[in-house]
Design a protein around this ligand. Structure first.
Ligand code: GUN
Length: 293
């Protein structure tokens, strides 16, 4: 069994990005600039956004954090999106999700200029991704395929089972895994909460991407020998033995599944660290006008 070290790969890619940024700056080019909009004080969102801003600084980007209280109106947030769309210094920006119930996430996402949508959530980017066209790929699917590439894991003709059909992971990663070329060319099965015989389907999988958000869902007896298992789960399970009061728990019962795998990602330290790197890469591409001019 080989552990896929997302933390180490993410650190390596960050160095690659930092080098490119220093070369851009040395040549008199524009410093990539990412803005993040954070509404309210959700603990998870606060941590994610703080990590994104810190990572920008580490690679030499400019970053701007815009905060609103929980009671911000949809109109105010749309006005903010509009300002960022028209701010020539901002190359890309994200609005951290989830948003309060009184604000439509769809409306906000659609209002973002797709050329600055470094989250890859805008329908234009999602559509282009599904057509195999150049686009901003969303962070988690991009992080997963990058891990497969860096570990040179074979995908052609393999049976890839995706657990979960969310718009941000399950749906896009299933598209990427079935696409022509590498890493793709898989036969993909997508399972979800209404799927029958999940265990039997998982037992046929060469690659399992677990993105259900159900802690320790995938057990040892659901995985065949030699499978590749990518764990996307990051549920905060209460735990009195940790300083934070919770333990980040994946969708895979690691102790049971790992001994059967050819490769497996741990939680934490697997897919998680790769997601921020994907955002940095998109921001770099946005700064270089590499996808949209
Ligand atoms: N909430 C959870 N993950 C993400 C993400 O990748 N981007 C944004 N904007 N919000 C999120």
């Amino acid at each position: 069994m080989k552990l896929i070290d997302g933390k180490a790969i993410a650190a390596q890619i960050k160095q690659e990005i930092a080098l490119e940024v220093s070369q851009i700056k040395a040549a008199g080019g524009k410093t990539p600039h990412l803005a993040a909009v954070l509404v309210g004080h959700d603990g998870g969102s606060e941590t994610y956004v703080a990590n994104k801003v810190r990572s920008c600084e580490e690679v030499g980007f400019k970053s701007t954090l815009i905060r609103y209280e929980e009671d911000v109106t949809e109109a105010e947030l749309l006005a903010c999106v509009n300002r960022l769309n028209n701010d020539a210094d901002i190359d890309g920006f994200i609005v951290q999700l989830p948003l309060p119930k009184h604000i439509s996430e769809d409306k906000i996402t659609e209002a973002i200029d797709y050329r600055k949508d470094v989250d890859g959530f805008h329908p234009v980017n999602v559509g282009r991704m599904s057509l195999g066209m150049p686009c901003f790929l969303s962070a988690t699917p991009a992080g997963i395929v990058e891990l497969l590439k860096r570990y040179k894991i074979e995908t052609q003709g393999k049976h890839c089972v995706v657990l979960g059909r969310s718009n941000i992971v399950g749906k896009p990663v299933s598209m990427l895994m079935m696409q022509k070329g590498y890493p793709g060319d898989c036969t993909v099965t997508v399972c979800h909460s209404r799927t029958k015989n999940i265990k039997e389907i998982c037992l046929q999988a060469d690659i399992i991407i677990a993105a259900l958000g159900v802690p320790e869902f995938l057990k040892g007896d659901m995985v065949k020998e030699g499978a590749v298992v990518i764990d996307v789960g990051t549920t905060r399970v209460p735990n009195s033995n940790t300083k934070s009061g919770f333990k980040l728990t994946g969708d895979v019962k690691f102790d049971e599944v790992a001994p059967k795998c050819a490769y497996i990602t741990p939680v934490p330290g697997g897919v998680g660290p790769m997601t921020i790197v994907s955002l940095l890469r998109n921001t770099l591409l946005a700064g270089k006008k590499a996808i949209y001019s």
